[in-house]
Design a protein around this ligand. Structure first.
Ligand code: ADP
Length: 319
């Protein structure tokens, strides 16, 4: 293989840059030309492609976002759109493609592979919603961002004896709320994977207050109701002033943590290795700290299991 391409697609995640750097450097180290495709499948269809040099990825390992930019592309979901993309790949002589993104991006990569383009996926999303891998690039950085915010919220709410609802991202996956809930010492965590009982949450808040607790944190995963209405309900029942913070897109930014930089570097290099071995239609993951790779279709069929151990532990430690 003489020329490979790399793109980032879907929602961005801290650590995508470290993954791009690893693909570019590992590709060049192994004697290949590496082309950077801008704005995901959009850039592929429209030929927004440039050759990456060693220096193109200098000074980016520590930066959030993605220097290749990212986008969503409806046209790529059509047969016609993909035909255009395949032609562009041929014109640029790109024989193998590394796609850094989430499940949607992987579905696109699989279709390219079925059409004869060698593709490898790297999981880049803060949501940690891909079941085949223990962690996705960006997840732990997002959890740290939430923890940073919780620390600040604790400072101010302790001064005012307040309760706080902190709404975090994750789409249909509660991992950010769950892990940040445990690490941030949240009193309650509301997740898509578990039924919750507002009366239980209120009871816990009242009991805590009676024991002299100065403030409380309730983690709320997005998409489970209006945070402000939940806050109002809690305030009415408990008589504890309840503030709401919706963290939003700050969770998608920031310098990647050491864990995400190392994960991205390992996965990027492995993706290049797989292309050199002639593999296609596979995704790179990590299980028990060992890199793995598997068929994209199989990987996307695995259902995400809810981490009951972390959930039970959070409950036990927040009594
Ligand atoms: P993520 O990769 O973060 O899950 P999306 O679900 O938005 O993000 O997918 C990113 C892009 O991948 C889409 O805009 C589209 O171009 C492509 N894509 C998603 N699903 C498919 C599909 N079933 N077939 C082909 N391309 C897809």
């Amino acid at each position: 293989m003489r020329t490979i391409g790399v793109l980032t697609s879907g929602g961005d995640a801290p650590g995508m840059n470290a993954a791009i750097r690893a693909v570019v450097r590992a590709g060049i180290y192994n004697g290949m030309k590496v082309m950077g495709i801008e704005r995901g499948y959009n850039g592929l269809i429209n030929g927004h492609i440039k050759e990456m040099e060693l220096s193109s990825v200098a000074d980016i390992i520590h930066r959030g976002g993605t220097v290749l930019k990212t986008a969503r592309c409806e046209e790529f979901k059509t047969e016609e759109g993909r035909k255009k993309a395949i032609n562009v790949l041929k014109v640029f002589g790109i024989e193998g493609l590394v796609v850094i993104g989430g499940d949607g991006s992987f579905a696109g990569a699989q279709k390219l592979s079925e059409a004869g383009i060698k593709t490898i996926g790297i999981p880049g999303t803060i949501d940690n919603d891909l079941a085949y891998t223990d962690y996705t690039i960006g997840f732990y950085t997002a959890v740290n961002t939430v923890l940073d915010a919780i620390g600040k919220i604790r400072d101010t709410s302790a001064s005012h004896d307040r309760a706080n609802i902190v709404e975090v991202m994750g789409r249909h996956c509660g991992d950010i709320a769950l892990y940040a809930g445990l690490a941030g010492g949240a009193e309650s965590v509301i997740l898509p994977e578990e039924e919750y009982n507002i009366d239980e949450i209120c009871k816990k808040l009242i009991q805590g207050k009676n024991r002299g607790k100065l403030h409380s944190i309730i983690m709320l995963a997005e998409g489970l109701g209006n945070a402000f209405e939940i806050g109002k309900k809690i305030e009415e029942v408990t008589n504890i002033e309840t503030k709401v913070t919706v963290l939003g897109h700050i969770q998608r930014g920031g310098n990647p943590t050491a864990f995400d930089r190392i994960l991205a570097s390992r996965m990027g290099a492995r993706a290049v290795e797989l292309l050199m071995d002639g593999a296609s239609g596979r995704v790179v993951g990590i299980r028990a700290n060992q890199l793995i790779d598997m068929d994209i279709h199989e990987a996307l069929l695995i259902e995400k299991k809810f981490d009951k151990e972390i959930s039970e532990l959070t409950k036990m430690l927040s009594i």
